[in-house]
Design a protein around this ligand. Structure first.
Ligand SMILES: [Zn+2]
Length: 310
């Protein structure tokens, strides 16, 4: 009993380390002596006036409360998911508006060069055929403008299936096989309108900004960019951008459908064109070269045909 030391010091001169989760409360005397109370609550009650507000607070209770820890993990997870599903798309749209147009121009030219070097061949369409399509394209452009970047039309050929695509600089490329697949000018116009919808909504730049944001976010969250994480994030980025491009497809379809109704009073030519495209993909199925490009860039064709209604 007598080896106990009684020391009296003002409460303000001791340092109180509040308990953190399962770590105990510590009281440190001015001379460095350490006191760890068995009963932190009783000690806290006695020292109440000198304790930091945090002790005994909600936060402290939360730190020890497993269901609350579970809930906060869930909330964090939901916030993360929300950031990827809503935050990044929103941010991409906002950023595309402020990215100077020379960037879109430069990227578009670079992509075209790459396509021309590796995938595309010169068009075999006659001058008259090209002129007819060009006249259609220019009439649409005049009718629907202004566009964020001025659209231009290029003709190319390819060994893969019929396709058309837009680049970030407003270039719309149509493949010979698509022009010949269309049975009427109105059918071809529906595809041109769809691609002009991508140009009008700046989908290409949005998709590129989004994939950059996704890669950077995954790197920041995981804190590394090598090995397994790299592979995973690569896959994740791919899946996410596929999801987004479906939204873009729907937006471009809606754009085309509304203008088809305004021009022709019906979306029937557009449906016929989509059905022809769907069949062309189906019939190519067995061939070596037939990675259905149209399926990759234009997923869920059947659902999209149904979505057009009457
Ligand atoms: Zn599209």
């Amino acid at each position: 009993m007598d080896d106990r030391v009684v020391q009296t010091v003002p409460v303000s001169s001791v340092t109180i380390d509040p308990p953190l989760g399962r770590l105990p409360m510590k009281v440190i005397w001015p001379d460095g002596a350490l006191f760890i109370p068995n009963d932190a609550s009783a000690c806290a009650a006695a020292l109440a006036p000198a304790l930091p507000a945090r002790f005994g607070s909600c936060l402290h209770r939360l730190e020890r409360h497993w269901p609350m820890i579970g809930v906060s993990l869930m909330v964090t997870l939901l916030l993360c998911i929300g950031f990827f599903t809503h935050g990044i798309p929103w941010l991409s749209r906002a950023l595309v508006v402020v990215i100077p147009s020379p960037v879109a121009q430069h990227v578009g030219e670079h992509v075209l060069d790459t396509l021309d070097d590796h995938f595309l061949l010169p068009s075999q369409l006659s001058k008259a055929q090209q002129q007819a399509v060009r006249a259609q394209f220019e009439a649409l452009q005049t009718r629907l403008g202004p566009f964020p970047v001025p659209p231009r039309l290029l003709f190319r050929a390819s060994e893969s299936g019929p396709n058309a695509f837009a680049l970030s600089d407003g270039t719309v490329i149509v493949l010979d096989s698509l022009v010949t697949l269309a049975e009427t000018p109105a059918q071809l116009e529906s595809v041109l309108l769809h691609e002009l919808g991508h140009v009008q909504h700046e989908h290409v730049m949005q998709a590129m900004v989004r994939s950059v944001l996704l890669s950077v976010s995954v790197m920041v969250i995981t804190g590394e960019s090598s090995g397994v994480i790299d592979t995973l994030s690569g896959a994740g980025v791919f899946v996410m951008s596929q999801g987004y491009s479906r939204e873009a497809e729907e937006e471009a379809d809606a754009y085309a459908a509304s203008h088809m109704r305004a021009l022709y009073g019906t979306v029937a030519p557009m449906k016929a064109m989509f059905e022809a495209l769907h069949e062309s993909v189906a019939t190519q199925g067995d061939e070596e070269e037939a990675v259905p490009q149209w399926l990759m860039t234009h997923p869920r064709l059947v659902e999209r045909i149904e979505a057009l209604g009457e």
